[in-house]
Design a protein around this ligand. Structure first.
Ligand SMILES: NC(=O)c1ccc[n+]([C@@H]2O[C@H](COP(=O)([O-])OP(=O)(O)OC[C@H]3O[C@@H](n4cnc5c(N)ncnc54)[C@H](OP(=O)(O)O)[C@@H]3O)[C@@H](O)[C@H]2O)c1
Ligand SMILES: *[C@@H]1O[C@H](CO)[C@@H](O)[C@H](O)[C@H]1NC(C)=O
Length: 317
């Protein structure tokens, strides 16, 4: 029985490796469009793409930030003798904007081959204190900002029978975390979208990846920390803090292999594994480590509950 299981695991593993190797993305000379490419993780993706010889387009809403990002990217592109990066000011949480954006960007840099959706924000707070409007604005900022550019990209990629779409969720999009009642559900929604898109893209040779970063030191993260409950701070400490460069670099490697569920760091990788559910793609590591990891989660959860109780007592005192 054990041998049969092991053989099964091995064959899935070999098959998976073969599939991922065949499907490796070749990005040189391809147009990569990055929403949220003017700051943090998105900007780091943009730098990597420039260094890989891609034709890069970045999108944001703030003109100062866009200009600064373009300056940085130009330096990178000069270094490798690449094509001048392009930038646009659009709110990608608006459906019409995205059609305009794609029309303009494709005219300049050619057909979009890789879309990286990195636009997003996080507003933490105690559930009962959050303004009801925040729940809507977080859906807009994180979910709709993914839906609209993907719609514009997908119909184009589908016609060309090539392309890859990257969505950005979060560890908080895989599990609920104290203080993220507005943020987490919007990132869960992104994950749901990615699983559906994976299937709908399949017949058209278009791939989908879902990146779930852990806490990452970015301008957005500094902003979020200004109003973060102490519980949230303490609960997330366990998973560590990563640099935007490291997150983009590690995720980029997995994107090139067209992996579906992607995270960074040991804890991040363990969490995406244990939260993989009915998602596509299975690895041997996942099959074998699942029961052990679920066991570890049990102890982590006990610890977390203790932190929440401690903080409650502290606040009452
Ligand atoms: N940092 C973390 O700890 C962390 C953890 C997990 C997941 N994430 C996710 O990773 C992504 C990047 O995060 P980050 O920390 O690098 O954020 P960041 O530094 O705040 O950068 C966010 C980028 O998105 C752009 N943006 C936001 N909303 C937009 C919209 N509606 N239309 C166009 N552009 C928009 C911003 O530009 P403008 O402001 O100029 O529009 C900026 O370029 C986000 O989706 C975030 O939720 C981050
Ligand atoms: C735009 O970005 C600049 C540079 O990061 C920042 O100083 C400014 O406050 C931002 N403006 C708005 C309206 O967010």
């Amino acid at each position: 029985m054990l041998i049969v299981v092991l053989l099964l695991c091995l064959s899935i593993f070999l098959l998976h490796r073969k599939v991922s190797q065949e499907a490796k993305l070749l990005l040189k000379g391809e147009h990569v469009l990055i929403t949220g490419g003017t700051s943090g993780i998105g900007l780091e993706f943009a730098k990597l793409c420039v260094l890989h010889g891609c034709y890069v387009t970045v999108v944001g809403r703030n003109a100062t930030r866009l200009e600064e990002a373009l300056q940085t990217l130009r330096k990178f592109s000069k270094r490798v003798g690449g094509r001048e990066p392009a930038g646009y000011l659009f709110d990608v949480a608006e459906a019409n904007s995205c059609e305009n954006l794609f029309a303009q960007a494709e005219q300049k840099q050619g057909p979009v081959f890789l879309l990286i959706c990195c636009a997003g924000s996080c507003i933490p707070g105690y559930f009962e204190d959050l303004d009801p409007k925040v729940f809507e604005s977080q859906m807009r900022s994180n979910y709709f900002s993914a839906v609209y550019p993907v719609q514009s990209a997908f119909k184009r990629m589908k016609d060309r029978r090539r392309g890859h779409i990257v969505l950005t969720s979060s560890i908080g999009g895989l599990l609920g975390v104290f203080g993220y009642s507005a943020y987490s559900p919007s990132k869960f929604a992104v994950r749901g979208l990615a699983e559906v898109l994976y299937q709908e893209c399949l017949p058209f040779n278009v791939g989908v990846s879902l990146v779930c970063p852990p806490d990452t030191k970015t301008p957005g993260f500094d902003e979020e920390n200004k109003c973060k409950p102490r519980e949230t701070l303490r609960l997330s400490q366990g998973a560590g803090l990563f640099s935007a460069e490291q997150v983009a670099k590690e995720a980029f490697k997995d994107i090139i292999y067209r992996r579906f569920l992607i995270s960074i760091g040991l804890q991040g990788k363990m969490l995406v594994n244990v939260c993989s559910g009915f998602g596509p793609q299975v690895s041997l590591f996942q099959l074998l480590s699942m029961p052990l990891m679920r066991g570890i989660c049990f102890f982590v959860q006990r610890q977390q509950e203790q932190i929440i109780k401690d903080e409650h007592l502290r606040r009452r005192a």
